[in-house]
Ligand binder design. Structure first.
Ligand code: THU
Length: 136
């Protein structure tokens, strides 16, 4: 079974639930937690961190990607998201571009609620014409 067809590990859902309350989102009240799985199978977590200067806030995906890259990993195999409103939770446009920088060809995006998967899509369906530069 490919990594992409696998259901989300319940341990990842539990970890997302554990970090979601750490979201700093006093302005939008929209808490988000993200998990990104790298090429070694390691999972990196992040939450959204808002700021009184609104544009300075960071998305959960941005935090998680920062942790992945900081660890030395360079590929995103899966993005798992949860939040206050899972019926309306896809990565924003800017985060799609951030994910595109590192996403593998089979990367998928999965939204989970407290217990289970609620939505799933191939990442490249969300940003089929991503801006890229050939880094050589
Ligand atoms: N947000 C994320 O962290 N990730 C998403 O995929 C969508 C939106 C955050 C940004 C902001 O803190 C709040 O959700 C409302 O937009």
């Amino acid at each position: 079974m490919s990594e992409q067809s696998k259901s989300v590990d319940p341990a990842i859902i539990a970890a997302l639930r554990a970090v979601l309350p750490h979201s700093h989102s006093p302005y939008s009240k929209f808490k988000v937690a993200a998990a990104v799985t790298d090429e070694t199978g390691a999972v990196h977590y992040g939450i959204n961190i808002e700021n009184a200067a609104f544009p300075v806030g960071t998305c959960a995906e941005q935090s998680a990607i920062g942790a992945l890259v900081t660890s030395g990993a360079r590929r995103i195999e899966r993005v798992v998201l949860t939040g206050s409103d899972v019926g309306n939770l896809w990565p924003c446009g800017a985060c799609r571009q951030r994910i595109a920088e590192f996403a593998g060809p089979e990367c998928d995006v999965v939204v989970v609620d407290g217990a289970a998967e609620v939505m799933r899509t191939p990442f490249w369906d969300l940003l089929p014409k991503a801006f890229t530069l050939d880094a050589g």
